[in-house]
Design a protein around this ligand. Structure first.
Ligand SMILES: Cc1ncc(COP(=O)(O)O)c(C=O)c1O
Length: 452
């Protein structure tokens, strides 16, 4: 039987996937290192296992002990998976910024999670690292892993990620791109690759707002400013960022990171988090000036499932003003309208009376409704037309809707660009929104204006 003895044997040995659709004008080869395929779906599984096993070897983690860590989630998951198998308890401190998916994942693995304010700077007692230190001091038989200065973190990448990349590219890798959170991935992998070939360029992707780029280029420590990408960038210098292995640091905006992450999912089927988008943005910037001999590898840090309530949600992107205007879909406008509280669909049936349909217009205080026959758009009614017909002939009130209805509204799929919707709204006062071929609601000229 070909089996593994536990999930721990599945950590690492992740594949390299070639990018195809992003290649257009790029001569270099670009590969994604699929860390999202680890059992805990992130690059941090490797260090969760390594930090625990090294602590066991050194005798500082004892049976039945409690592991404490300050984490943006992924390291917590790597530690909690390993701890579940080896029988340790876990307490994690995290900031409010971390997605609810990561928090619930850790709780599902049996860990205790303490949420700390996002605004607490690194030198305040409320900061998540300082809270972890306090919990460590108060908890008997506990060990604070402290991934920011724990040497097992970069060592894990020196011993696994680096050699895997060297072997997978048959020593042909020319550029490695990763982001800096603790620095472990880039420092450990960078050290290994530089030892093999000092010409391999190690390039770090860093969000605007983080201090790393300015520090590397000028030695000046700036005040960090907030950004939305999770798990990377800092307002302090972790010991595990080994600048000597890093050739260059390139800043990326939140908007670019999230759009790249979303594009990688849609165009290459690689469902990933925001920091992967940061890495991809840098990989593309670097690769565009390289020739066909260049082999560029960037890290897919974690899975997009961890951010379904964040940048993989159109509503969240819109709320943060990160959606490109020309990419706004009819579905997004419709969802925004829905949050206004009206039922999805107010319509009339062809066989009901005008009196009943008019009652519905008044009940919901709307001025026009579509006429639907088994979910097909067959006509429309407007309050103004009905009123004038009833005034000139009061008997209209008992007529069937199908006898007096006006032109049917066009049906437009929710995935279409809103520009297409607006085009239709020039000749029709409303459009009907469809999803998988079924009409799910209406957008009027007023709704679109309200959105704009
Ligand atoms: C989503 C994500 N991407 C990237 C990183 C950066 O990795 P490292 O800590 O090895 O620098 C982290 C670290 O927590 C992370 O959570």
């Amino acid at each position: 039987m070909k089996v593994v003895n536990s999930i721990l044997e599945l950590f690492g040995k992740t594949p390299l996937v070639k990018l195809n659709h992003f290649k257009k004008d790029i001569k270099a080869s670009i590969f994604a290192k699929m860390e999202s395929m680890n059992p805990g779906a992130s690059v941090k599984d490797r260090i969760g296992l390594a930090m625990i096993e090294d602590a066991e070897k050194r005798g500082i983690l004892k049976p039945g002990g409690t592991i404490i860590e300050a984490t943006s989630g992924n390291t917590g998951i790597g530690l909690a998976l390993t701890a579940a198998i080896k029988g340790y308890k876990c307490i994690f401190t995290m900031t409010e910024k971390v997605s609810v998916e990561k928090r619930r994942y850790l709780q599902a693995l049996g860990a205790d999670v303490v949420i700390c304010p996002m605004t607490a700077k690194h030198d305040t007692p409320e900061n998540y690292v300082n809270v972890a230190k306090r919990i460590n001091a108060e908890t008997p038989n506990s060990l604070f892993m402290y991934q920011y200065n724990n040497p097992s973190n970069p060592d894990a990448h020196y011993h696994t990620t680096g050699p895997e990349l060297w072997e997978q590219t048959q020593g042909k890798i020319t550029h490695f791109i990763g982001s800096l959170g603790t620095g472990g991935t880039v420092s450990g992998t960078g050290r290994f690759l530089k030892e093999k070939n000092p010409n391999v360029k190690i390039i770090a992707a860093d969000p605007y707002g983080s201090i790393f780029k300015t520090y590397k280029e000028s030695g000046i420590m700036t005040e960090g400013t907030p950004y939305l990408v999770e798990g990377i960038g800092q307002d302090m210098l972790p010991e595990n960022v080994h600048f000597k292995y890093i050739d260059e640091i390139i800043n990326v905006t939140d908007k670019e990171s999230f759009h790249m992450s979303r594009r990688l999912s849609k165009e290459e089927g690689i469902f990933c988090g925001g920091s992967t988008g940061t890495n991809l943005a840098v990989a593309l910037k670097v690769a565009k000036d390289l020739d066909e001999n260049a082999v560029v590898v960037f890290v897919v840090c974690d899975t997009g499932e961890r951010y379904l309530s964040k940048h993989h949600s159109d509503e969240w992107m819109r709320e943060k003003r990160l959606l490109e205007k020309d990419k706004t879909t009819i579905g997004v406008v419709f969802q925004t309208k829905l949050s206004g509280g009206l039922p999805n669909m107010i319509s009339a049936a062809p066989n009901e009376t005008i009196g009943d349909a008019l009652g519905r217009l008044e009940q919901y205080n709307v001025s026009q409704i579509p006429v639907l026959d088994e979910n097909h758009s067959i006509g429309s009614l407007t309050e103004a037309d009905l009123m004038s017909m009833i005034i000139s002939d009061p008997a209209t009130i008992d007529k069937k809707v199908s006898e007096v209805m006006g032109a049917a509204y066009p049906v437009v799929d929710e995935s279409e660009d809103i520009k297409y919707g607006i085009q239709n709204l020039k000749s029709s006062p409303a459009i009907l929104v469809s999803q998988y071929g079924r009409i799910i609601g209406i957008l009027t000229r007023y709704d679109v204006l309200d959105f704009v």
